[in-house]
Design a protein around this ligand. Structure first.
Ligand code: ARG
Length: 577
């Protein structure tokens, strides 16, 4: 149990002993300002209003009942009835010591383990992954790691775009190219170029265009030859993605791919059922569901096309089938989507329609966690100098190269500089993204993300390395220290409390799917560590062995918290840098 939950229970018990009705919450949270205790319970005001009492009077009644002997050193009441709890250093020392010794860092699994489906990355296989896929891939992967850490069963779903009319053109092109190349891998070495050639071919050559259209029909009716070409195309494209995932240190594997094609056989039944339920009707030859639930200001319902005029199905139809599969076959309690904010209306539409049609039960939580766009210095969506899309693999290579230059300048003698550059370069790109509020656009900037100062990956990675070098300097294995953790100085107390909040922060991130909250937390840990390090000598000769060991254990918890927290974000640390 984390401090917040622990104190909430205690305050709740005191409230009920003071005669407060059970539906009034304790409202315990870390104190926002110094001097107002370490935690605050703000529930007295609301309860007093409900009970028609003076809030300060009720607060003091609650405090009288509050059993925090040995846990709080002082409890006082401020303003209209805020209860400020000052935690006892002895208790904090014990808790910190326990966390430092615990392989799980005192992070407790969620009270109720859930099955959580996470839809992320999900590129279209027709093209190479570009910067537009970066955000979904790394934000989704951070959430997946955190949810698993909290004991949930996570099912990753890489909903790749592997179906649709453009595949007719692509496989017709592949068939021709295979005559000149040894393998599909060679023919598709550059997917971007391949796509452009296929498109140009399609636009210029009538016979080729006819063949492409014929291949779409053949693909959909399961023609073996055409399916074989399609499989080859898919395989090569997925290998391109797998390479990126590996570079990015993202946990997606081939087993997590469940592309649009997987739902092919479900699409006609989905539309049939919607029709039978009277949820869609014919409109200019197409089947359309009109959602009054999402009507605009004039009361005009929101149209969702589920089948096109010629009988073809759409992106929305596939998403309806995927929702039904995830809710009923995968038995999800929560389904999380990490997709660009530009698809918000689409997601709202499929969520609403899936619920109305009973494809998804009421108890299943459907969540679109939208994100903003990555911008260039010019304030427009990030592009190459000539205005093209930036390939993700090129961007990541550049990150590592730039990191190498920064590191060589700082420490030309560093052993294993290649590996450190890789961790710093990739870490910087990821952290720069993850540390921004997810819903906002942000400007991509090499210099700030690679800086060793400020809220950046290198700053945190370096903070970790500094703690590790302290142990090397001391010649101690932190695991072997047996002295208790003693909290004396104000900087030690602030650091200890922060460290003990790790579990609270992870639960919050798991709920809101906002990784920047974890980034801010880790930055706070590193900053409080620097303050502690300056104020509290560790290896100086006049420090007693007990105090030195106590402080080393605090340092050890700092290092492990930073490494674990960064790992939750998919960022690696180095022992030296
Ligand atoms: N392939 C889509 C794209 O690149 C993203 C798919 C997101 N997931 C989903 N279930 N719609 O835009």
């Amino acid at each position: 149990m984390n401090i917040r939950e622990f104190l909430s229970e205690k305050v709740q018990a005191a409230m009920s002993a003071a005669g407060v009705p059970p539906d009034c919450g304790a409202m315990v949270a870390p104190a926002k300002k110094a001097g107002f205790g370490d935690y605050q319970a703000n529930g007295a005001m609301g309860a007093a209003k409900k009970m028609g009492m003076n809030p300060r009077e009720l607060a003091s009644k609650i405090v009288e009942q509050l059993q925090l002997d040995g846990i709080a050193e002082k409890i006082d009441i401020a303003g209209p009835g805020f209860i400020n709890i000052h935690l006892a250093p002895t208790w904090l020392g014990e808790q910190t010591g326990n966390a430092e010794r615990d392989p799980a860092l005192a992070i407790r699994p969620a009270a109720k383990a859930q099955t959580i489906v996470v839809d992320y990355s999900s590129p279209n296989l027709a093209k190479e992954m570009h910067v537009g896929h970066l955000r979904s891939t790394i934000i989704g992967d951070a959430l997946v790691r955190i949810l698993e850490r909290l004991g949930h069963t996570v099912i990753r779903q890489n909903h790749v775009g592997d179906w649709g009319t453009q595949f007719g053109m692509l496989i017709a092109e592949l068939e021709e190219k295979l005559a000149e190349h040894e393998s599909a891998g060679m023919a598709l070495a550059d997917l971007e170029v391949f796509y452009q050639q296929a498109k140009a071919h399609f636009d210029a050559d009538e016979a080729f265009a006819d063949k492409a259209r014929e291949y779409v029909v053949k693909l959909q009716s399961g023609d073996t030859e055409v399916l074989k070409l399609w499989e080859q195309f898919k395989q090569v494209s997925l290998e391109h993605s797998a390479e990126i995932y590996q570079k990015l240190n993202v946990t997606l594997s081939e087993a997590d791919v469940r592309g649009e094609s997987f739902y092919n056989d479900d699409l006609a039944p989905i539309v049939k059922e919607l029709k039978e339920q009277g949820r869609c009707s014919e409109d200019q030859g197409a089947q359309v569901a009109f959602l009054q639930e999402l009507a605009d200001k004039e009361g005009k319902p929101s149209p969702v096309i589920v089948q096109k005029k010629g009988g073809g199905f759409l992106y929305a139809t596939t998403d309806l089938a995927a929702l039904r599969y995830r809710a009923n076959t995968l038995n999800a309690d929560r389904i999380l989507y990490f997709i660009d904010a530009r698809q918000s209306l689409h997601m709202q539409q499929v969520f609403t329609l899936a619920r109305l049609a009973g494809f998804v039960g009421d108890s299943v939580s459907l969540e679109h966690h939208a994100f903003g766009t990555m911008m260039g210095a010019d304030g427009k969506p990030f592009k190459t100098r000539s205005g093209g899309t930036v390939k993700l693999s090129a961007l990541l290579d550049e990150a590592v190269e730039r990191a190498r230059a920064v590191i060589t300048e700082k420490n030309p003698e560093l052993e294993g500089a290649e590996e450190v550059a890789r961790k710093v370069g990739i870490g910087s790109v990821k952290y720069a993204d993850l540390s921004k509020t997810r819903t906002n656009d942000y400007v991509f900037n090499w210099d700030t993300m690679l800086s060793f100062e400020g809220n950046t990956a290198p700053y945190l990675q370096y903070a970790y390395t500094r703690v590790q070098s302290l142990f090397r300097k001391a010649g101690v294995d932190p695991e072997s220290i047996s002295a208790p953790v003693v909290i004396g100085e104000e900087q030690e107390k602030a650091l200890a409390i922060k460290l003990l909040q790790f579990g609270e922060v992870l639960s919050q991130v798991a709920e809101d799917a906002l990784p920047h909250v974890l980034c801010t937390y880790l930055y706070d840990v590193a900053s409080l560590y620097m303050r502690f390090y300056e104020a509290c000598p560790i290896l100086k000769s006049d420090v007693s062995p007990e105090l030195r060991d106590s402080r080393l254990r605090l340092c050890h918890l700092v290092a492990r918290t930073l490494a674990t927290g960064l790992d939750m974000l998919g960022i690696e640390v180095s022992e030296q840098m």
